[in-house]
Design a protein around this ligand. Structure first.
Ligand code: ATP
Length: 376
């Protein structure tokens, strides 16, 4: 039966009736002030974003400007490499994307959009673009080097986070999602592997490969990681930012439990569990935590917190977050209770070790430069 869910259908999607308000509790004055200030901030940020996203992406560096040090991670289109800028004496992480692969898999436009987004996002918990280059072998996306490694690594080492720490990370994801959604974009790939930790202990969300501008429309693409997929994606229903809120519920559960709420070896079994909406919280979870997760992990989107009439405000004013100073988190004024252990700025001990491959040399005979024809 689950296979049927995965077959893309052309069903007409019913409009979701919004519940009036998910959170009936009183919002305190500080939180009310944060809501007003943050709304004003988002409006300003959107104006800036809309100007920058239209600006043509220009080549601002070349591979020769950097000395490559070591591979930090691998992905579907290549690898991310630690690199030292030869003249500036600064470290960066360069995502070297194999153009051949991008072109062959017809991901050119998609990739261009990913890079443009990275150039346009200006947000404390989102990774941003420092430089961009291309030759006829690679696209080079140069980012700040976030040396604390992936949240995934820390979660597996610590087994689980305590509720205070999980709350601190969840708050940053929520602020970032509010920003992304306000710009009319859905993120669609939240998971501990895509959350980097900086040396101070704050997070940076990476990998905009699945980001999509949908504004108020719906999209149907099946993408994401099995454990983090929302039921509406599995059931081939049209979806929008609802899927990001679902994945936040999964992340909050996983950070506190050390494992996700719906898991199994076989993705099909995971999907069956997700669409059933049944999961079990460990007894160590506090009552407010269980309630918040229950409010977000609602298969029925007319009940899912985050997409009700008051949007993110319902989640932010939930009892689990009581006492959290959202402005102080946003301004990075809260002292994190956990910091990645680092011996220096170039310490890569928080990253796995990868086999190094020699770089392919740029040559005019390699293959036609399809990217050259397209305005970046
Ligand atoms: N700015 C950064 N600083 C340090 N490490 C990074 C940075 N960006 C990415 N990485 C590392 O490289 C890995 C792969 O990066 P990324 O997810 O962007 O690649 P990808 O090709 O899009 O992967 P995927 O196949 O998951 O889409 C990350 O999981 C992380 O470990």
């Amino acid at each position: 039966m689950i296979n049927d869910y995965l077959v893309k259908s052309c069903q007409t999607v019913k409009c979701i009736s919004e519940q009036e308000h998910g959170n009936s509790e009183m919002v305190d004055n500080k939180l009310a002030k944060h809501f007003i200030d943050y709304d004003a901030y988002l409006k300003r940020a959107k104006k800036e974003f809309e100007t920058t996203i239209k600006t043509e992406l220009t080549v601002t560096a070349s591979l020769d400007d950097f000395k490559l040090v070591k591979t930090l991670g691998t992905g579907s289109f290549g690898r991310v490499v630690l690199a030292k800028h030869k003249t500036k004496d600064m470290l960066f992480a360069i995502k070297l994307m194999d153009k051949d692969h991008v072109v062959r898999t017809k991901q050119v436009q998609h990739t261009i959009y990913e890079i443009r987004l990275m150039a346009a996002y200006k947000f404390p918990f989102l990774i941003t673009l420092e430089y961009f280059f291309k030759d006829n072998v690679y696209l080079g996306i140069v980012m700040p080097f976030i040396n604390g490694g992936e949240m995934f690594t820390h979660l597996r080492t610590l087994k689980k986070f305590d509720e205070q720490l999980a709350k601190f990370y969840a708050a940053q994801v929520i602020l970032a999602f509010e920003y992304i959604h306000y710009l009319g974009v859905v993120y669609r790939d939240l998971k501990p592997e895509n959350i980097m930790m900086d040396k101070e202990g704050y997070i940076k969300i990476t990998d905009y490969g699945f980001c999509k501008k949908i504004d108020e429309q719906r999209t149907y693409t099946l993408c994401g990681t099995p454990e983090y997929l929302a039921p509406e994606i599995i059931m081939s229903q049209g979806y929008n930012k609802s899927v990001d809120w679902w994945s936040l519920g999964i992340l909050i559960f996983e950070m506190n439990a050390g494992y996700p709420p719906f898991y199994g070896r076989d993705p099909m079994k995971i999907y069956e569990k997700i669409v059933s909406g049944k999961y079990h919280c460990p007894s160590t979870f506090s009552r407010p935590l269980k309630e918040l997760i229950g409010n977000i992990l609602q298969v029925d989107r007319s009940k899912r917190w985050g997409i009700l009439k008051n949007g993110a405000k319902d989640v932010k004013s939930h009892e689990w977050f009581r006492g959290l100073d959202w402005d102080a988190v946003f301004q990075r004024k809260v002292k994190p209770s956990y910091k990645p252990r680092l011996k220096g700025d170039d310490d890569t001990s928080n990253f796995d070790v990868y086999d190094e491959e020699p770089l392919r040399k740029a040559s005019t005979e390699m293959f036609p430069d399809e990217f050259a024809k397209i305005t970046l």
